[in-house]
Design a protein around this ligand. Structure first.
Ligand code: AHR
Length: 664
């Protein structure tokens, strides 16, 4: 007890002083049994969880710079400011065409009484618009002329002080709705730019879908994604992409649930929906948070493909978020929900001449997306989930036995609700359960203490998807949580346990993925962005180290014949990569002391004389990365010499180490 108290005290001292103890631990010999394959590592092992939270999609990775582009927010002019120049007289009024266009009912009618002066609109963007000197920005608007006289438009990019940093003009002509485009080159860089649109000429013009995108999106796609944010994901070489969440799948109410069919097809027809994170936290209210679905299911599948990641959609199970209303769809009315799931499979995988495959093809992707996984529900709990899952499972199994179904065990990794679902799902005889999704938002200590969580799981039962996890430095979803080194180091320790159990754990993802520095609701988050910059946290660096050093088969690494699960603060796992013929060793030193260890590799003829040792570390457990210091905690690689079949390593205090050596 006293020893444990002293250890805790020592650890806290490290946190407070940010220093480590320079006295090294005694030399230990670890054994790596390189020819004893324990498990195959699935290509999906280390993946990504994406949710539109923290301005992750609109205002984040979705590169649209105009907020409320089609006037559909509850307050139609939110984000817009009316302007007037000279003696302009007239009006700018929001019209609603209702049933004529259910997906996009509102538009703005600008009426000018004379040629004298201009009426204008300013869009503030998402906490401003990030623009870069010399870059091109593509403006577009759906417009139609009313009456005989045309109205000329001048678009201006202005910086935070109102100085003009780019202009373009166009004059819509014609009485039918049509898309007009113009491009603006920015003459300066600003995070907080705005867009002005001036209308001039005695006429009337209807405008909708007023949009501004950088030309430089990921793969230069129109309606595209922020290239810098996608690049950070691509650098991780993720095994899968889970989308679209998260609680956003469930919605605060059933009416506000995510419905994939409303997110595909022409962008201007996708029906806007309030974002459930708009009102979720009183202390982080975000009244301008809506989902335009410009980033919809087609784009999620496309992103998965770009990243080389398996697409993992999660659908609503006929249940609204149980932290909110918990509304249920009566069991006898579940059919449309199940049909959504069946149609999604056709949208993703069906032939280009099938009903939903045709839509996919018309959006530019005739080839199937090769979807193999489908989640039913996010963080559901109780009998009501089991009842609904059974209905989904029956229909899906009958028509698509090839799709692996993911079920949930709720928001917590233990407790009454978890135990009920875990036992019930595992006990079901007549319904298949392929993969069980577990979530853990817990203290850093929990991650270190639970490294053996999966050692005792049933090897013949369902597989595990660690679908959302992150160490919380203060408390679950506390706004004071930090993406610090203590959290990341503890996650790394835990991840060795995931890897050691790769025969059971087949998918894992940190959550949430993105946060906008001025628009977040939840922390910690893996990647932080502002309007021009993005950086990976120490947690990102840990995830990336694991996902770029996967290997194909798990082999044992032992200390005194036992797995390395925290002895004196050491955690380890090992894989071999049959494609590159390498041994990949991951060793985490969570202690404040250096370790000088030897890894004796058995079961191989020889090791190459040289290998690489990548170290991710900080002396300071409170260390974070930031926009100013994005690489404060970042990996450093060096060459190491190997003598015979022994690898001698200096493992620095508080360090994550990845060693790669060729086998021969
Ligand atoms: O990751 C943030 C939220 O945490 C997710 O939306 C939800 O699934 C979990 O409770």
């Amino acid at each position: 007890m006293r020893k444990r108290f002293l250890t805790v005290l020592a650890l806290s001292a490290g946190i407070i002083t940010g220093t480590s103890n320079s006295f090294a631990q005694k030399n230990k010999v670890f054994t790596v049994k390189a020819n004893e394959v324990k498990a195959e590592v699935q290509p999906t092992m280390w993946g990504l969880f994406f949710e539109d939270i923290n301005l992750g999609a609109d205002g984040g990775i979705y590169a649209e710079l105009v907020k409320n582009r089609s006037f559909e927010f509850d307050t139609p002019m939110m984000g817009w400011k009316e302007q007037k120049e000279g003696n302009a007289a007239g009006s700018m009024l929001v019209h609603n065409r209702g049933a004529e266009n259910l997906g996009n009912p509102r538009f703005l009618r600008v009426k000018l009484k004379s040629d004298d002066g201009s009426l204008g609109l300013t869009n503030e963007g998402f906490r401003g618009m990030g623009v870069k000197k010399g870059d091109k920005y593509n403006f577009s608007v759906l417009a139609r002329q009313q009456g005989e006289k045309s109205v000329a438009l001048t678009m201006e990019l202005v910086d935070a002080e109102g100085k003009k940093i780019g202009t373009a003009t166009l004059t819509p002509e014609g009485k039918a709705w049509k898309k007009y485009t113009a491009s603006i080159t920015a003459t300066d860089t600003d995070q907080k730019a705005k867009l002005n649109i001036w209308a001039k000429g005695a006429g009337t013009l209807d405008m909708d879908m007023i949009s501004l995108f950088p030309e430089n999106t990921w793969k230069n796609r129109p309606n595209g994604l922020r290239a810098d944010m996608v690049q950070l994901l691509a650098d991780m070489k993720p095994g899968f992409l889970r989308f679209p969440g998260g609680c956003i799948v469930e919605g605060r109410t059933l009416d506000e649930r995510f419905q994939w069919k409303k997110t595909v097809g022409p962008v201007e027809d996708r029906e806007l929906l309030v974002n459930r994170w708009n009102t979720e936290f009183k202390h982080r209210h975000t009244p301008d948070y809506y989902q335009t679905f410009g980033l919809g299911f087609f784009e999620y599948f496309q992103l998965s493909e770009d990243l080389g990641a398996a697409p993992v959609p999660i659908l609503n199970a006929g249940m609204a978020c149980q932290f909110n209303t918990g509304e249920l769809v009566p069991l006898d009315q579940l059919t449309p929900f199940v049909q959504d799931a069946l149609d999604l499979i056709e949208f993703a995988n069906g032939p280009a001449d099938s009903e939903w495959g045709k839509l996919r093809a018309s959006m530019g992707h005739p080839a199937p997306f090769n979807m193999k996984y489908l989640g039913v529900g996010n963080e559901q709990w109780g009998e009501q989930y089991i009842e609904r899952y059974k209905v989904f499972e029956k229909a899906l199994q009958e028509k698509h036995p090839e799709i692996k179904l993911i079920t949930t065990t709720g928001p917590f990794p233990d407790g009454k609700e978890f135990d009920y679902l875990n036992t019930t799902l595992r006990g079901m005889k007549d319904h298949k359960v392929d993969i069980i999704d577990e979530h853990y938002y817990r203290a850093p200590e929990w991650f270190r203490e639970n490294v053996t969580r999966y050692d005792s799981y049933d090897r013949k039962g369902p597989k595990i998807f660690a679908g959302e996890y992150a160490a919380q430095s203060v408390a679950i979803a506390s706004p004071d949580n930090k993406n610090n080194w203590n959290a990341a180091l503890s996650e790394a320790a835990f991840m060795t346990g995931l890897e050691r159990n790769a025969d059971v754990v087949v998918m894992t993802s940190y959550a949430p993925l993105f946060a906008h520095a001025e628009g977040w609701q939840w922390t910690p988050d893996m990647i932080w962005v502002d309007n021009l910059r993005a950086y990976g946290t120490p947690n990102y660096q840990v995830q990336k180290l694991f996902s770029t050093n996967v290997g194909t088969h798990v082999v044992p690494v032992l200390l005194n014949k036992k797995p390395v699960t925290g002895q004196d603060g050491a955690f380890a796992s090992a894989t071999i990569d049959r494609n590159t013929n390498e041994l990949i060793l991951k060793v985490i030193n969570t202690s404040d002391k250096a370790m000088q260890n030897e890894f004796a590799v058995e079961g191989v003829k020889k090791l190459a004389a040289q290998g690489t040792h990548t170290v991710l570390r900080s002396d300071n457990l409170n260390q974070e990365n930031s926009f100013e210091h994005p690489d404060a905690v970042s990996p450093v690689q060096k060459q190491i010499s190997v003598s015979g079949k022994s690898i001698k390593l200096d493992l620095q205090p508080y360090s994550v180490n990845v060693i790669r050596v060729k086998l021969s």
